[in-house]
Structures are given as C-alpha cells and as structure tokens.
Ligand binder design. Sequence first.
Ligand SMILES: Nc1ncnc2c1ncn2[C@@H]1O[C@H](COP(=O)(O)OP(=O)(O)OP(=O)(O)O)[C@@H](O)[C@H]1O
Length: 903
Amino acid sequence: MLGRRERRDRATEAFNRLRTVLNRALGAAAGARERAEVRKRQLEFEREVQRVGLGAAALDPELAEKLADPAFAQVWARINAERDESYVEWRAEGLGAVRELVAAEAWGPAGAHWEHWLGAIGQDPGVRSPRLWRIGSAQVEHASPADGFPLAVPLLDQGNLRLNSVPEARAAVDSIVETLLLRLLSTFTPGLVRLHLWDIGHLTGPLPNLHPLTAGGLLVVHDPTRLDDLLGLLAGHIRKVHANALRASGRTTLREACEVAGRRVEPWRVAVLFGNGERLADEQYRELNRVARTGPDAGVHLILVDMPVSASSPLETVSFTDAERATASITGPGIVVRADPPMPPGIVSRAAAAIRDDVVVRRGRPRSFVDLLPDELGRGSSREELRTVIGFDEGEPVEVVLGDATPHALVAGPSGSGKTNFLYAMLGGFAARYPPDELELYLLDFKEGVSFAGLTPGRKDPSWLPQARLVGVNVNTDREFGLALLRYLTRELARRAEAAKRQEVTKLAELRDAEPEARWPRIVAVIDEFQALFGSRDQITQQAAALLEDVARRGRSQGIHLVLASQDIAGIEAFWGKPAVYDQCTLRIAMPKAKRVLTDDNYAPVSLPRWHAVINHDSGVPHGNEVAHVPDASSRGTFDELQQRLWREQAGAVPRLFDGAHQPDLASAPEFAHPSGPLLGQVIAVEDSAATLRVEPAPGRNLAVLGTAQNDALSILDSLALSLGKIHRGENCEFHLWCAVASLNEHVALVQHALEDMGHRVHPRFDSVIPDFPDNGVPQFVFFYAVDAAHPVLEVKEGFGPSGLDRLRALLKNGPANHVHTFGWWRGVGRLKDTLGFAGTDDVGAWVALDVQGAELNALAAGQIVDWSPRPHRAIFFDRSTHSRPDVLIPFDTTTALHPEES
Ligand SMILES: Nc1ncnc2c1ncn2[C@@H]1O[C@H](COP(=O)(O)OP(=O)(O)OP(=O)(O)O)[C@@H](O)[C@H]1O
C-alpha cells in the first residue's frame, strides 16, 4: 500500500508533467528551445576545448571574443576550475606515483640518464627485464617544467612503438630512437637484443652512430628496396620461436617460456622501420600488421617511424605536432611530450663499438664441430623428430630438423661448396644425439671417391659409426645399388605401415607409444649426387623416380627421411616429372651459389659467404631463410673423433660397406661359409648376399655364361664349382671339368685341386669328346670351359653316329632331369645359339651375361626386354624359373678361394 505522502508525491509529479505539456501547448516551448540551444553551444565549446586541450585552447586567438559570451565564459571558468582542482590532486598524488612507477619499472639504463650507463656493458639480468622504457619527458600542458615527469612506454615482451613525425621533428624522433635502442642494448648482455634497421629513403641507413654494431651482427641494415625480405625474416623468427621455444615449453609467449627455462632462450629482435607516412602496398601492409600483432609474444618488436599500421597490435604512439612537442597515447591529451636531448654522438658510437667488441670477444674462437654436439652423447629420443644444431649465426646456434613437418631434405651447391661437409656436420649432430636404437643411417655416394667409407671399419681405423647400417661408395656406375636401397626402404615402409595398421595408428610417434618395447628408429637415407640415379633414359631412371616418390610420400609419417644432395637440381629431368618428391622435401639447404633449391625469388645463396649455408624449413621461400656458418666437419679431429667415441660407447653391429670399386672376395663372403645354393656372384643389394642358382633334377637346369670377359667368366664358373663343392659331401656328387682351350688348362687344374682338397671326385677332360653319363645316383656337375672353341670339332660327324654336338645337345636336354647339370661358357650369344640349335633354347634355363649388349639377350629372356649396357666386372643374371627381371651381379674374386693353402 502506498503511504499518503507517496501518493501525494505521485500526484504532484503527474501534475507537473501536465503543466509542462500545457505550457508547451501555450507557447512556452519557445523559451525552452532557446535554453536548449545555449546548452548545446556550451557543450560544443566544452568538447572543442577538451579536444585541443585546455592549454592549446588558451592560445586560441579567438578565445577572448568567445569569452565575451557569458555562456562560454561560464563554461570556461568551470573547466579551468575543475582542471585546477584535479591538477592539484594529481600534483599531490599522481605525479609522485608516476615518477615512482617509472623509477621502479624502467630500472637501470631503461630509465636513467645516459651519463649513468652509456658505455658500460649490460649484464644478464636472468629472466627479468624492465617493463617500461624511457623515451622522453612529459608534463601537463600548463604546469611548470618542474612538475614534469619521465615518459616511459612498455616494449620488450609487450608491444610495439610508433612515432609519427612532422618534418621539423625528425631530429627529435631520431634522438628518441637512438637513445631507446642504446637503452635496450645496454641493459642486457650484448647479443640478447638484435636490431634491424630499414629506411625507405636511405641506403646508407639512419642512426649512423649505431653502425659499429653491424660488424658484430647486432645490427643489420636492410636494403630500402627489400622490405619484403625483412618482414619475411621477422615472420620467420616468430615461426621459429613458436616451433622451438614455445612448443618445447608448452607456453604461449616467449616471456613465459624463458621463465620456465630460467634464462633468456632467444634474443629479442627489434626492427626499426623509417617510412614516409604513406601506407604500404596491401600485401606488405598485411605482413607488417601480422608481425606487429604476433611479434611481441615471440620477442619480435617494431619501432615504426611514420609507418601507418592498423591498431590491432599492442602499440603505443607518440605523435609530434611541431619540432619539439608531441602527444602520446599512453598519457592522452593535455600532456606535452618532449624528447630527451640527444646523447653526444662520439660517446654513442664509442659505446656501440664497446658493445660490439664485447660480443666478438665473448663469442670467442670461431665455432667448431664440437660446438654442434650436445653435452651428453646419445640421450635424444627420435619419437617426434630428429633435431641438431648444424651451424651458427653470429654465435647463435641454427638447427636442422627432420620430422613430420620437414620429412625430407634437398641439399644443393656447386662442387666444392661444402655439401659433403654439411652432410657430415648433420650426421655428426644426429649421431651425437640419437643412439642406434633411435636412428639408423643409410648412406650412398654417387660421386667418385669414398666419402662415407670412413663410417665403416677400415684398415687404419677399426671404428665405425654405430648408427650407420649401410654405406655405399663408388656406386657411380652401379645405379642398381640406388634402386636396391630404395626398394629396401619401401619394404621397410610396408613393414611399418603394417605395424601401424595393426595398432590403428598413423604416425611413428603413435606407433612407438603403442609398441614401447619394439624398436622403431627413425631412418635417414642420404644420397649424395642423387641425380646420378636418373643418369640416362632407361628403366633404372623410371624405377628410381617411382620408388623415390613412394618413399618421399609415405616415409613422412613412418619416420623414413631422405636427404638428397646434388650439385645441380635443375638438371634432373626425371625428378621434375615427379613434383611430389620435390614438394615433400620441405627442408632445403642451399650452399653458396646453389641454384634452384630455394624458390625462384629467393636470392640468399648468391651472397652467401664461404662455408655458410641457407637452412630453410619452409620449402625454400625467402622468409624461411636462416643463414648459418657450418663448421668444418670433415677434417681430421672432427667427425672421426666423434665416431671413435661413439664406437667405444655404443657400437653394435658392423655396418655393411658396399664399395663399387672393390671386387668381393669369395673366400670371405658370408654366404660362402654356408652356401644356401651354388653361388654365382654378389648381388647389388642392401644386404650382403650372393646370387644362387637353383640346381634340381628338372629340365633346363643348366647355365650359360656369355661373353668374352674371361676372368669374370671363370670367376662365375669357379664360384659355382667351389660353392657346390661346399654344399655336397665328397661321395655325394661328381665334378667334370672340360676344357677346350689349352690356355685355360692351368686354371682348370687349380679348380680341380681345390675340389679334390674338399674331398671330391673330379674328372678333368681336355679333349672334345662328349661322354655318356650313366645315372650313378648322385648329382653330376659338368663345367665346360669355352664351349664354342670346341665347336668345330664337335660338329664333325664320325660315321653315321651322332656328332659331338648332337651328344652335347642331348646332354643339355636330358641331363638335368637325371641330375647331370652343365655349366658352360660361350663367348657370345650367337655361339650359344649355334650349340643349342633351333629347338634347344629352353634347355639352358639360366644365363649370366658379361660384355654382351642387352638387345642380344632379349631372345634368351622369355620375352623380357633386357636393359643392360655392359661394364667391367659386372654381369647380368637371369633365371627363367625364378626371375621376373634380371639381377646385376659382381663376380667374386676367387683367388683366395682357389689357393686356400696360401691364405
Ligand atoms: N665449413 C667448412 N669449413 C672448412 N672447410 C670446409 C668446410 N666445408 C667444406 N670444407 C672443405 O672444402 C672442401 C670441399 O668441401 P666438400 O667436399 O664438402 O664440398 P662438396 O660441395 O661436397 O663438393 P663436391 O660436390 O665436389 O664433393 C673440402 O676439402 C672440405 O674439407
């Protein structure tokens, strides 16, 4: 219930309203409007005064005239009274508080007068850094200078600074920038603040007193025409900080990451950009704003002079209105800001030189191979990635990463530019971090020479690199070895994919989590001068390109990484047809003067100094560039010493060395000790294995060796004979050695003795009679040396009986089913055909060809096109019953096996 009084109030109110309405109706509205208009003018006046500031308004020449109007005079008096009142309040409390705040937050060189710090070298303040940085002084407009206060702004780890000048104010602006930069440089250990300078109008660069810093790499002056490069560089730093420091610490800002680490893990990067007041072109403007927005959390800061930017980043602005006076966003209107007087130029440049000298001294000796290595060897896990320091940029480590995002690498540079050295530095860095259970290396060098051979045990140095599984050297003519490696990798991929499917996972890291007991190392396959794989337009090139593409695509998630090095990437035609390979190689390494390995608009390799490399994890785009000096990793006392240490501490299985210039020794071939079948020669494969011939009582199980290369032909027949001799016990087989040329008699006698020493029955024969072979229940092996030499004699018919040739044909046709196998050497395909006659081709089911052109072999290869160009000490082996395509063999060196007593 309403009380009486309330009822009365309501009634009065209603009455008043009614009266108002009536008054209006009665024409009193005119008076109200007049009052409203006066009020409006007063408000506009007040707003204008507030906009320009009371101080500026007082200087307005029309002010006196305005104040003649009592309505304005009333407002003016009120504003002044309010101002005086609040100023008294501010002076009493605010001024002191601001001074205290600046003193506390802008400590040391961040706030003090230059006389106290200029020329002294900063100290590492741990993770502490000043939160405010003095840029000048300020005072309330009408106040006396004695009531001024220091003006400081937030910067490092917090935001950016913008300075808008007018032409007369440029000296003041330069002074602010120079002083601020020296405050930054002098607060921390030299090297913790890196400066970049860009000036749209000057090539020589502004701030000349700071130029001594360029020699120490603390200041980089950028080309006025290449703002893109600078913005790209800054964006690259931001990305790098996110990828490294922030990811490792799980934090979102570099400041927090440093707090976690207890030290500054990355230097600050401050870029000073002098513009001309005009907005940049759209793309650059966007990039600038992106850097402004995302930089401060990554320790990248901008000082922008006359460079319009959007307000989307943490930004403080100081705008000059005349040569001396400015306003600042941090104080708002009504406060006049002034630059501090410039520091004496001579002292500034001496201070800059002292800071530079300190960096140079502290960096000390140039960085060397040991600086790439971690404090403790073999502690890394490759679950996520492989990562190592590869070199140094002004003393700061630069890393390379092989992982899911950068699965494969392309390394390019002209001869002598240091590619191989780079590979050693990288392999050393990885090997020092990841033990053999985390990393396996497969290394192939298509150059002439033995560059990776030292990673396997040698005569002088018995050590090997524990992570190395396979080293292939002198493979420049054995492109099949490259294919073999790629096939091996695809098999390993399949094995990993199978395991991943079983565990229902997609990535190596997940597979490792799912199978913690299993061994799933990352695999790095290095192929130096890999363009040799694509050397000619043939089947090998086709197969290599297809396999490489497969490994590149699928290896990414399975922890199989390719590192492909080449002098000239541009020349690899087959490769360009397979952009997937190129695209998957997101890590690009360019040595000085390298072509095509980075994007076309990336010119960094052109000006790269000796022993430096561009490391680019962004497929070669300019903003991904990191330049590093790569230490010498190939001289004595570098990689070799690391290898010795690792070998002593970690060595397990010996890596396989495939040396294309070396003929494998039969006596020491692993398969010769316990042959699984008769051996023909070493196969070009990742495993150290020999090709064997199936010898079973079935038609066609004979072998023809074809070609004029006598030593190789003998080697193949000898390997066959000696390994058969090992497989069978003495009484369980018989050997027949037929020799149709006297010059080979001595050699055949050697084979005979070697077999007899093994306890075998051997029947040598030096005429051209083909005897009968009664089935004596044991396998009989007929070795027929230089069959074609016997031909003229064999063809001669004696009486009406069959000729020697007929008897030989019958032996080839019917022998194998009765376990009588003939292994013959013909010095050409035509001669074999002569022996076999029209119908007999199937009777020789397997052949090994030496110096015979592929085209000649097609007829013997069951419809296969044989892609074979003969080369010394290589043979091609095809067995109709087992092969879909021929294998390339290396005939064994049988000297030791034939002279066992001499070894
Ligand atoms: N960072 C380095 N510091 C000192 N010496 C180096 C460095 N890099 C390479 N070298 C030396 O320069 C020479 C050539 O280097 P490297 O063999 O690595 O070049 P490359 O590009 O592989 O050349 P090529 O393709 O002809 O083999 C070697 O003698 C090596 O020791």
